[in-house]
Ligand binder design. Structure first.
Ligand code: IYR
Length: 227
C-alpha cells in the first residue's frame, strides 16, 4: 500500500521497494546482464511496421530516467513520415559525406574501419521510426519566460540509455546515430530555440540479413576498480 506524507509542505510517497535474497539477486542480475549483453547496434533494418503503442511505451520508459531537479530536459521527436525521413537522410548524408571525405582525421577513419561505416545512411529511410532526442538547454514556459535546467547533458544521456534498453526489451533494434553537425534537425523538425539535437535513433526490426561486427566487450577488471 502506498503511504503518503508531507515533508516541509511537499508531498512524498513511500517508495515501492522490491528486494530479493542474495541468491535471487545474483541470478537476476546475471540473467539481466546476459540479456542486455545481447543488445547490438544494428545498421540493417527491416521496413516492417512497428505498432505506435510500442514506441510510446519505449519513450515513456526513457522519460522515466533520472534528471537534474527532475526537469526532464528532453523532447523525443518521432518521425515515421516518409517525406521527412527522406529529407533527414539527404541532409545527414550531405554532412556525413563531408565528414568521411575530409573532416574526420585519419585515426578516426581507421578506428571506424572494423565497423564498416560510411556516409551512406539508407537506414534513415528504411527504419519505420526515427526517434530524435532533443536536449533542452532551458525550459520555455507557456508565458514565454525561461526556466533553468540542470545537468541536461547527463540527463539526456541517461534517458538515451533507458531508451536503448527499452528498445532491446521490445525485441527491436536501434542505432545511435550522430550525423555531425546535427543542427539541420532543428530546421527540418521546426524545433524551438531552447532545443538542441542530442541523438538520432532509428528503431525497427532487424532486417532478415543483419550483420554486426564481431566485437568483444572489456572484462570486469578493465572497466571496474574496487576500493
Ligand atoms: N557519425 C558517423 C561516424 C561514426 C562515428 C562513430 I565515433 C561511430 O562509432 C560510428 C560512426 C556515422 O554515423 O557514420
Amino acid at each position: 500500500m502506498v503511504k503518503t506524507k508531507k515533508i516541509d509542505g511537499y508531498p512524498f510517497v513511500s517508495y515501492a521497494k522490491e528486494t530479493f535474497s542474495s541468491p535471487a539477486m545474483i541470478q537476476k542480475s546475471d540473467e539481466f546482464y546476459k540479456w542486455l549483453d545481447k543488445r547490438r547496434t544494428i545498421r540493417d533494418f527491416s521496413d516492417k511496421p512497428v505498432p505506435k503503442e510500442v514506441i510510446e511505451n519505449i519513450i515513456l520508459s526513457a522519460s522515466s530516467a533520472p534528471s537534474g531537479a527532475h526537469k526532464q530536459p528532453w523532447t523525443f521527436c518521432v518521425v515515421s513520415d516518409p517525406g521527412i525521413k527522406k529529407q533527414i537522410r539527404i541532409e545527414a548524408e550531405n554532412e556525413e559525406f563531408d565528414s568521411y571525405n575530409g573532416r574526420m582525421p585519419e585515426e578516426w577513419l581507421k578506428d571506424l574501419r572494423p565497423l564498416q561505416t560510411d556516409w551512406h545512411k539508407e537506414f534513415l529511410e528504411t527504419a519505420p521510426y526515427l526517434i530524435i532526442i532533443f536536449k533542452k538547454s532551458y525550459e520555455l514556459k507557456q508565458d514565454g519566460t525561461k526556466g533553468t535546467v540542470y545537468y541536461a547533458t547527463e540527463s539526456c544521456g541517461l534517458a538515451c540509455g533507458f531508451l536503448l534498453t527499452a528498445i532491446h526489451n521490445a525485441g527491436l533494434g536501434a542505432l545511435t546515430h550522430t550525423p555531425s553537425p546535427m543542427n539541420f534537425l532543428c530546421k527540418v523538425l521546426k524545433r524551438p530555440e531552447n532545443e538542441k539535437p542530442f541523438l538520432l535513433v532509428p528503431v525497427g526490426y532487424p532486417a532478415d540479413e543483419c550483420w554486426v561486427p564481431d566485437l568483444n566487450r572489456k572484462p570486469i577488471d578493465e572497466v571496474a576498480v574496487w576500493y
